[in-house]
Design a protein around this ligand. Structure first.
Ligand code: MG
Ligand code: ZN
Length: 389
């Protein structure tokens, strides 16, 4: 009994330390003005000239964590346009969770990944803690290759809600272990320590090697990997912000698409997260928010280029919720300048936009619940209704 309580105390201390370490991004710093340093080139697409196939074989889902319309319009302003604007079918998502008018990223991610509303803090489980099957798991079950890319730790709430089933989003080591219960083909993001420096003594990188994964620690180191199973743990915990991260997100997106497209499978499902838009929102930092949206937009550009060529790939860009209650008070597109205002250091309850491009994109217009994203993807993939758990 004493050994058990000691163990529990150790477990609690680790969990608590992890929790504190992970919440630093919520410190409010308040920087309202931003002038962009480098504008990026935006694609110019004649959408109606592309002859898409009828149904998507592949789906690439981008989640801009905390990305509302102000976050987007800030980036549109300073860059004089975004790739995301080339996606012609647009809708709005309601983001409320099962137990809170203002969702967190665990419940928001789980609604999108499973079609079920749950409580704030949950990842991949329902109100009673029961496991929910995610679109990534259904994709795997139906013979598709699967992937996750994130600029946070790969075990953080958003990617976790596509692959893990835990009652609390802060159980990073348990979430990392859940990766081992799937056959995910590619995952790229931070969080190496949750795979190797674990309370239970397991070394999940060794286990990944045994399962046939190529494991890397930097996106540039895996340039030569074109196929097979790939895990890239790009930071010990979270990746740094956009200024220090380089082209990690667009390179990772391109690499994930390449490897998934080369897999011997019936298409693929890939979720890519621009995680730190949310952290900029928590800090009320217009530069952090806008720089992160611009960074994700470059990755979206890579996905759109692939989708134009492939013609069987649906690209969706959306968010789990808005962060910061952000608005735009002033701007100058020619000078790349924007001035933002914020109403909270937390998430807000407003609707978030959805953009779609490719076969099935027209299904995404309108105003609907975040859970409908799952349903639309499930139906567009032609998975059978009777196969649902
Ligand atoms: Mg997130
Ligand atoms: Zn947040």
């Amino acid at each position: 009994m004493r050994r058990l309580s000691t163990l529990l105390l150790i477990l609690f201390s680790f969990t608590y330390a992890g929790l504190v370490a992970q919440e630093n991004y919520k410190d409010v710093k308040q920087k309202y003005e931003y002038t962009v340093e480098n504008k990026h080139e935006v694609l110019s697409i004649n959408y109606d000239d592309i002859r898409f196939k009828k149904r998507p074989k592949n789906i690439i889902l981008f989640i801009g964590d905390g990305m509302g319309t102000a976050q987007l319009f800030s980036a549109i302003t300073v860059n004089e346009g975004l790739n995301i604007e080339q996606m012609p079918y647009v809708g709005f998502l309601k983001t409320q969770s099962a137990d809170n008018y203002v969702t967190d990223s665990g419940a928001g991610g789980t609604a999108i990944s499973t079609g079920t509303r749950t409580y704030n803090g949950a990842v991949g489980v329902d109100m009673n803690g029961n496991k929910l099957t995610t679109i990534l798991e259904y994709s795997e079950r139906n013979g598709k290759a699967t992937g996750l890319v994130s600029t946070s730790a790969i075990t953080h709430a958003t990617p976790a809600s596509f692959i893990a089933h835990q009652p609390n989003r802060n159980l990073y080591e348990a979430i990392a272990a859940d990766f081992m219960n799937t056959e995910i083909d590619v995952f790229i993001g931070g969080g190496a320590d949750f795979f190797t420096k674990r309370v239970d003594g397991r070394n999940l990188v060794l286990e990944l090697n045994q399962k046939g994964y190529h494991v890397g620690y930097n996106i540039d180191d895996v340039e030569g990997v074109k196929e097979g199973k790939l895990a890239v743990l790009t930071a010990v915990a979270h990746n740094p912000g956009y200024k220090k991260r380089g082209e990690m997100l667009s390179k990772s997106t391109t690499k994930a698409i390449e490897v998934l497209n080369n897999a011997d499978s019936k298409g693929f499902f890939l979720m890519v997260e621009g995680s730190q838009i949310d952290w900029g929102g928590h800090q009320n930092d217009a530069a952090y928010v806008t720089g992160e949206v611009l960074d994700m937009d470059k990755a979206v550009g890579e996905a759109l280029k692939f989708a134009m060529e492939d013609r069987r790939t649906l690209v969706i860009v959306t968010a789990d919720h808005e962060t910061g209650g952000m608005t735009i008070e002033d701007g100058n597109p020619a000078e790349g300048f924007v001035k933002a205002g914020f109403t909270t250091g937390d998430h807000s309850a407003v609707m978030v936009p959805v953009f779609a491009f490719g076969p099935g994109a027209e299904e995404f217009i309108g105003v609907y619940d975040n859970t409908d994203i799952f349903e639309k993807m499930y139906q567009l993939f032609k998975f059978k209704e009777e196969d649902k758990d």
